[in-house]
Design a protein around this ligand. Structure first.
Ligand code: NAD
Length: 264
């Protein structure tokens, strides 16, 4: 994969620590020669993100709270000043009140519903609009989703509803931006132990279930997601847009296990 991303500049949004899916993706594209900028949310994360960015030779580490339009504006204004143009963006951001990532979806409050949709769905549309204005030669946008968008998964609740809307917005954005040579895709990742995932009820059990029931009989890693992201962000994925690509050890194709499946 060496050289695949040579000369390409990309923004990685959503790096919190070295367990983040954003980190798996950043390493894969940096290994392939991409030059990276990072955005982080809040001062507390800056001290974690700075050294990780430095490991990949990046010095452009910028604050951005995606719930704040002015903050998104400021991020892209700085990027435009420093780089002029952009080739790809990775949006690895989601958020909901963790008290509502357990119990019943029916009990979701209006405030948390709106906040979850704002941060986890609308932000990708806002980012796509800003980023596409900096992509005169085309580009690639990528977001992260989960199977809870398609089927009911325990405790995923309002985040499942948000991911369904995110996947729909990937399709609409693909149509809007396709004529400018900009591709828009999502990776539907299997469960991975990250900071965000630790807010989801019974997450260990969900991971065990996935490991026992997926065709590959294992969970995926951030490296697996990174390598698939490289395909979608690079010229290897040139013919692919509007797609939700599953990187989940095949879990989404299974309806029911045969009786000789391992005990669960
Ligand atoms: P993570 O905690 O490492 O990353 C989540 C990121 O979202 C953090 O960096 C956080 O700062 C950022 N964020 C939250 N609110 C924000 C805001 N208002 N403004 C800017 N940034 C904000 O966890 P992760 O699991 O790597 O999550 C990345 C993406 O992957 C999310 O969209 C998540 O839903 C998705 N995903 C995760 C899994 C999993 O099992 N971990 C599976 C499928 C999809």
């Amino acid at each position: 994969k060496q050289g695949l991303m040579a000369g390409k500049r990309g923004l990685i949004m959503g790096l919190a620590n070295d367990k983040s899916i954003a980190w798996g993706i950043a390493r894969a594209v940096a290994d392939a020669g991409a030059e990276l900028a990072f955005s982080y949310q809040g001062d507390a994360l800056k001290k974690r993100v700075d050294p990780l960015a430095a490991q990949l030779g990046s010095t452009l580490v910028l604050p951005c709270d995606v719930s704040d339009e002015a903050s998104i504006d400021a991020l892209f204004t700085t990027l435009r000043q420093d780089w002029g143009s952009l080739d790809f963006v990775v949006h690895a951001i989601g958020f909901s009140d963790k008290d509502q990532l357990r119990g019943r979806y029916a009990d979701t409050t209006r405030d948390n519903f709106l906040m979850t949709m704002d941060i986890s769905v609308y932000s990708f549309t806002a980012v796509a609009r800003h980023a596409s204005a900096m992509m005169p030669d085309g580009g690639s946008l990528l977001t992260l989703t989960y199977y809870g968008a398609e089927r009911v998964m325990p405790h995923y609740n309002v985040m499942g509803v948000a991911k369904a809307a995110l996947e729909a917005s990937v399709r609409y954005l693909a149509e809007d931006l396709g004529k400018d040579g900009i591709r828009v895709n999502a990776i539907s990742a299997g469960p991975i132990k990250t900071l965000a995932a630790s807010g989801i009820g019974d997450f260990r059990y969900i991971m065990k279930w996935n490991e026992l029931n997926s065709p590959l009989r294992r969970n995926v890693t951030t490296e697996d997601v990174g390598n698939s992201a490289l395909y979608l962000l690079s010229p290897l994925g040139a013919g692919v847009t509007g797609e939700t690509h599953h990187v989940d050890a095949g879990y989404h194709v299974v309806g029911m296990k045969a009786v000789d499946a391992p005990d669960i």
